[in-house]
Design a protein around this ligand. Structure first.
Ligand code: TYC
Length: 103
């Protein structure tokens, strides 16, 4: 606020505003062994993508080395990583998945 006249009042904000929670992107990495079909099914099942979108994401990973499958709170992102790694391990595929802070 500011009073009129000569003696302006300036209030410094000393308190930090509450920040929105940090979000985490879940990334799949390319490898030479995991079948394309398995990756498409994983993206559909754990990231709730339709088959066409899942196929596009898989191809991007295949061509560019990695790709973002979704953005979540830290806990949900960690659960997605666990689910993907567990499914890959059970199927005997080396598919790798990680989460990283957005920005
Ligand atoms: N590069 C694999 C192949 O040619 C397919 C693949 C795509 C593997 C995406 C992993 O995250 C991945 N069979």
């Amino acid at each position: 606020p500011q009073t009129g006249g000569d003696d302006a009042v300036v209030l410094e904000r000393r308190t930090q505003r509450t920040q929105p929670p940090q979000m985490y992107q879940v990334v799949l990495l390319n490898d030479d062994f995991t079948p394309m079909e398995f990756v498409v099914l994983v993206i559909q099942e754990f990231f709730n993508k339709d088959r066409e979108t899942a196929t596009q994401i898989m191809l991007k990973i295949h061509l560019q080395g990695k790709g973002v499958c979704g953005v979540f709170s830290r806990d949900v992102a960690a659960t997605k990583v666990d689910q993907v790694l567990d499914a890959a391990r059970k199927a005997g595929h080396p598919l790798q998945c990680l989460s990283e802070p957005v920005e």
